[in-house]
Design a protein around this ligand. Structure first.
Ligand code: FES
Length: 152
């Protein structure tokens, strides 16, 4: 655990308070960058909150991450212009290429994290995705595969 001292302090601030699990997890994620297994186990021991309950909350809310963020961040636009231009197929093609399950956002090799965003501000290029700081527009599922190969 990287930030044990700060985590202990956070836990002591919340311990015994009702409805504290979500803010606790948010604080821990802020400190660690994600929610590592060992930290969740530690949290369960310290707070006496069942580990299954902690996982239930951590997996229910999309704001929580159970893996560290990938080396490359892919932002897939799901805004209106992109939606009507086939953003859903683009999202599917990305997930297929990266072999990501429906509830996963980061590849096992830690290379990519996929996020959905509302609008990337370049609707005339829809459908659009960004890989790190690079914008790729007028996408097709075939182009997605081609672009992602370059980052591997
Ligand atoms: S809706 Fe996709 S860039 Fe604006």
């Amino acid at each position: 655990m990287k930030n044990k001292k700060e985590i202990d302090l956070t836990i002591s601030n919340f311990i015994g308070k009702k409805g504290s699990l979500i803010p606790l997890l948010q604080e821990i994620q802020k400190l660690e960058g994600y929610l590592p297994k060992e930290t969740l186990r530690y949290l369960s021991q310290k707070t006496k909150i069942k580990l299954a309950r902690i996982y239930g909350v951590a997996t229910f809310y999309s704001m929580f991450r159970l893996k560290p963020q990938g080396k490359h961040i892919i932002r897939v636009c799901k805004g209106t212009a992109c939606h009507v231009s086939g953003a859903e197929d683009i999202g599917k093609a990305i997930r297929k290429e990266l072999k990501l399950g429906e509830l996963e956002d980061t590849t096992d090799d830690g290379l990519f994290t996929v996020m959905e965003v509302a609008c990337l501000g370049c609707c005339s290029l829809s459908p659009v995705m960004m890989v790190d700081d690079n914008t790729h527009g007028k996408l097709t599922p075939e182009k997605v595969t081609e672009f992602l190969q370059k980052y591997k």
